[in-house]
Design a binder for this molecule. Structure first.
Ligand SMILES: *Cc1c(COP(=O)(O)O)cnc(C)c1O
Length: 472
């Protein structure tokens, strides 16, 4: 697997590091890596903050960071925009809410939510009015369920999720059922894989469960990309099948947003939620977002002048901007996703997120990024498959092998008992990936900042770490 493998005088072997180097230097998106702060191997080893500060500018070798599926790296623009925000706050105080400053790239705080919606809309394929940057993923899921899950035990009362759902999604669905004084035993349906060990969930299997429970089901809640296996579900087909059965569909896009192209509006998705600290690189716990299809967010007026809209848990930021400060306790629902907002948003979060989305714009949007992502992940897969047999038999790739059925991430399931040692070995070598117990490591080359050589360096370190782990 090294340059020496290539016979003299021939171009480098596809499995060599030398093959990856020109893929990077000729990559039309290579400039976006420079927009990020990539921790160096030395920085990852520091033990104190003063040491980290000292090390922050030292130019040492970059780590192999393939963990953007868990926490995206920091774009350099974030601290620039944050500083501009801090200056605005420091010099304007409360006037920052509504006083625009010339030559500032930042909107007034009163308009920050609208600006953020405009920035995120193309990433998820929505109208700006269909999205809101607000709260966090699980909170948004509860807000959507509070509006759209109105169970009737004699009619539609079930929520369908997958049996391997992310715990927070499972808890949200279960607690909503309990909140309506129903029992998860009768009202929660979990889609079990048809056979073991867990294969990817086929669309036909999901559709068969939808058909089986259709007349009694109120909500279908599924992940766009499954966090454990990395499977990219067929959102339009599954959404259609659910609609045919009269079911309202909510997608959890935690691992899909910023990773794969989405067309939520055109796919007729009813509603969706996401977080922004994975592939959207906005920082740990920063505000997430929600999507409500325009069909579900309308506000109409009845003859008497009464506003008609989907009832929801409300707060003042979901009420019309022009009368918001009248303080007359009359809720005037904003049409669309913005009407689901509760509180005035954290400008700190929005500033960070929109700075990060500027980098997506520099890359030309999600289209070119997906194109690179497909090539990066396929290269990683090719290298993994080609590892020497004695290494190769220690793990299997559980992510679907068809590029259309996955995003950036490959999940590697190790033979039992190897995980801790392999993770230790990777860390020693300056490689950052994440683990999901008992046996899986998730490896996600993010096209905004990862390279083909990162993939090669990972596979080499992984091989060494596995060899050491098996020896022990
Ligand atoms: C990361 C992730 C979450 C995170 O939820 P928060 O409310 O942002 O903490 C939820 N669901 C899935 C599937 C995730 O991958």
């Amino acid at each position: 697997m090294s340059a020496q493998d290539a016979p003299d005088g021939q171009s480098p072997h596809v499995y060599s590091r030398e093959y990856a180097v020109p893929l990077d230097s000729q990559d039309s998106l290579k400039h976006t890596r420079d927009e990020f702060l990539i921790p160096s191997k030395a920085q990852l080893k520091v033990k104190s903050l003063p040491e980290a500060v000292r090390d922050a500018s030292s130019d040492t070798s970059a780590s192999i960071y393939l963990c953007g599926n868990s926490l995206g790296l920091q774009p350099r623009l974030v601290s620039t925009r944050m500083q501009q925000y801090f200056t605005t706050w420091a010099t304007q105080g409360v006037f920052g809410h509504f006083k625009p400053l010339a030559e500032s790239p930042l909107p007034t705080w009163l308009d920050a939510d609208t600006k953020a919606s405009e920035c995120i809309a193309p990433i998820v394929g929505a109208l700006p009015s269909e999205v809101a940057v607000m709260e966090t993923l699980t909170a948004n899921l509860h807000l959507l369920l509070s509006a759209f899950y109105k169970p009737d035990i004699n009619g539609r009362h079930k929520i369908i999720i997958e049996s391997q759902a992310f715990p927070s999604d499972h808890f949200a669905a279960e607690s909503q059922i309990l909140h309506h004084d129903l029992s998860p035993e009768t009202s929660l349906v979990t889609i079990e894989p048809p056979s073991q060990p867990q294969p990817p969930l086929s669309t036909s299997h999901i559709v068969s469960i939808i058909k089986q429970h259709g007349p009694e089901t109120a909500i279908l809640l599924l992940p766009g990309i499954q966090f454990y296996t990395g499977q990219f579900l067929d959102i339009p087909t599954i959404t259609n099948a659910a609609h045919d059965a009269g079911i309202f569909v909510i997608w959890d896009l935690a691992h899909a947003v910023g990773n794969v192209p989405l067309q939520l509006h055109d796919w007729n998705v009813d509603a969706a939620v996401w977080c922004s600290y994975k592939y959207l690189n906005s920082g740990p716990g920063a505000a997430g977002g929600l999507f409500v299809h325009e069909n579900n967010g309308q506000v109409t007026t009845r003859g008497s002048g009464k506003k008609v809209f989907t009832n929801r848990l409300s707060g003042w930021w979901g009420s019309d901007k022009s009368s918001r400060f009248a303080m007359d306790n009359k809720f005037v629902p904003i049409p669309g996703a913005a009407g689901f907002q509760l509180s005035n948003p954290s400008i700190l979060d929005i500033t960070s997120l929109t700075a990060s989305l500027e980098v997506f714009a520099l890359a030309g949007g999600i289209g070119p990024l997906r194109e690179k992502s497909l090539r990066l992940t396929s290269h990683l897969e090719k290298l993994l498959v080609k590892m020497p047999a004695y290494v190769n038999e220690q793990f299997e790739i559980i992510t679907p092998r068809e590029p259309d059925a996955r995003g950036a991430q490959l999940s590697l399931k190790l033979k039992p008992g190897l995980l801790d040692k392999v993770m230790e070995g990777l860390e020693e070598r300056g490689v950052v990936v994440d683990e999901r117990r008992p046996d899986v490591i998730r490896v996600a080359p993010a096209p905004l900042y990862n390279t083909f050589t990162d993939c090669w360096d990972f596979v080499e370190a992984f091989g060494e770490a596995l060899k050491d782990a098996v020896k022990q």
